[in-house]
Design a protein around this ligand. Structure first.
Ligand code: OFO
Length: 174
């Protein structure tokens, strides 16, 4: 495997790992603040990010590279409020998108078209996740301080079809 591509893929492993830990911390915070639907959604998101990491690890190893398993970084334990959680989540996703775009660029520069093809799955995933985070943030802005609205939001997120899209992408991964 091309060394520069291998290095970039391993960098992406680190990022997916940190996404998983970050969303796990958000899920735990939500659970401790009575937002069980949001917690369920974020626990699923965290699992999803771990799955993204595993998909990269397997790809690197199957292509003759060597996947490096990263250590865990301590994510924050406290968040200001739910809006702040999803603002941070969107900000994080935007940074991951930049990193995926860099990866695409490196694949093209190195003429590694099969990795380029593999990475397209992550390009679509990022589009979906950014759109999802923006939709949730818009809803939270509408709700503002309305406690009844927040109750409904949390209940809706628990039953959200958003988890359907994450399951279907997990299904593609094996
Ligand atoms: Fe890994 O999908 Fe976003 O970060």
């Amino acid at each position: 495997m091309n060394a520069r591509v291998e290095h970039a893929l391993n960098d992406q492993v680190v990022k997916e790992n940190s996404s998983s830990q970050f969303y796990l911390a958000m899920a735990s915070w939500a659970e401790n603040n009575g937002l069980n639907g949001t917690a369920k959604f974020l626990y699923t998101q965290s699992d999803e990010e771990r799955f993204h990491m595993l998909k990269l690890i397997k790809f690197i190893n199957e292509r003759g590279g060597k996947a490096i398993i990263p250590g865990l970084t301590q994510p924050p334990a406290e968040f200001k409020n739910l809006e702040n959680v999803f603002e941070l989540l969107l900000e994080h996703e935007l940074a991951v998108t930049d990193s995926i775009n860099d990866l695409v660029d490196i694949c093209l520069q190195e003429k590694d078209y099969s990795t380029h093809n593999f990475v397209q799955w992550y390009v679509s995933e990022q589009l979906e996740e950014e759109a999802q985070a923006r939709t949730i943030l818009d809803k939270l802005k509408l709700i503002g301080e309305d406690k009844g609205g927040m109750y409904m939001f949390d209940r809706d997120l628990e039953n959200s079809t958003i988890s359907v899209s994450t399951q279907s992408s997990a299904g593609q991964a094996k």
